[in-house]
Design a protein around this ligand. Sequence first.
Ligand code: ATP
Ligand code: MG
Length: 453
Amino acid sequence: MRLSRYFLPVLKESPRDATIVSHQYMLRAGMIKQSSAGIYSWLPLGFKVLKRIEQIVHEEQERAGHIAIQMPTIQSADLWRESGRYEAYGDEMLRIKDRNGNDLLFTPTAEELVTDIFRSHVASYKSLPMTLYQIQWKFRDERRPRFGVMRGREFYMKDGYTFDLTKEDAMHAYNRHLVSYLRTYERMGLQAIPMRAASGPIGGDDTHEFLVLADTGESEVFYDAAVTELSFGNREIDYDDVAQCADVMEEFTTKYARTDETHDPALFDAIPADRQRTARGIEVGQIFYFGTKYSDAMGATVQGPDGKPTAVHMGSHGIGVSRLLGAIIEASHDDKGIIWPEGVTPFHVGIVNLKQGDADADAACQSLYDAVAALGLEALYDDRDERAGSKFGTMDMIGLPWRITVGPRGLKNGVVELTSRKTGESEEMPPEQAIAKIGEIYRAQGLGRGKSS
Ligand SMILES: Nc1ncnc2c1ncn2[C@@H]1O[C@H](COP(=O)(O)OP(=O)(O)OP(=O)(O)O)[C@@H](O)[C@H]1O
Ligand SMILES: [Mg+2]
């Protein structure tokens, strides 16, 4: 993409109502525009990151054996009356009437609808286990929408629903989700710590929230510093292996880590004092096992091995896809702007031409641009006739992890400059070497084309 042809409405100043850095930077980098309280348009740069995050979520869900569907945003109130939640959900639910006076609502979550799909089509335990998930817009009429996409009213969420014959099977589904979430967040460059949580209006027995530590987080959290040393990394996992998933679950949830809702001071005090931590965190996901709550209420049964109808055990498992943009920025930025982790960056490389119109510089930029594309990666080429300082300022604000700077003086010596957004370090090298290095960095992340092509 050439910046001269892109739509990147960068702002010089932070709008006054943006109080936290991720909200400020998303506005300043031209990623989102508020349309009304807690409701946003996604401008090209923000939309690109949203899609990168969505793609990682899809890939990891599919890797875990989960099946993608898409349910409507507008639902009939009747199903929600069956579960008893139409009234119980309260003011957070946006209720709508159609021209015939039917009660509709904008989905805040989708347990009822997915349970209806399941009961209509699945009759035997032989179809289990089954996990159906979607990534879909949700609406919750939050009392205090704030912090940009972190607490919106309309927001994008991955919601997955598990159906199993027994509680034991459902707990494997729970563990499988925990493992897949660890992988998902790590691919986004995030550490998200599973913490024991209390169940909300969905109702549940076993539940963990995934929290990204950040001073601006809305949750107060208490944990053993040892949990921050855990990382899932590149280990092989067989998602059908019950013991293997249970081991990961144990490894990541045995050390003390709780939100204020479940905090137990006695257990906390038992941790060695030098490892006790109190901090704030951003909830980026949650897993729930809630048994037969909805299957009982809505008659979602399968024929068991004994031929008798049995209510299925269910769980629901969410990831805050749009909130993740805010969480990633809170975790990765400096005073100049965003620093995107390579896994989610909107463009993989920024190319800055220091002398637009200089034949050599223009040609070198164009050939770098083509070489990045040949790697299967995307470059944003700042080809505007602007001062260098302004070009650097824009690149720093939008946070691309790597920048190649091209100028007539360097080209005379056969070099361009490769700069890391994170460390600020620059290195001069021939253009081919810069491209080789970019290819290597992203290949290590599983991005771009492999060496062979
Ligand atoms: N208003 C919102 N704006 C953006 N993301 C949200 C919002 N509410 C929930 N999410 C995201 O969706 C995920 C799954 O939804 P869930 O039902 O668990 O939310 P929740 O526990 O009600 O969230 P919260 O406690 O933050 O209100 C959450 O972990 C969070 O990341
Ligand atoms: Mg939650």
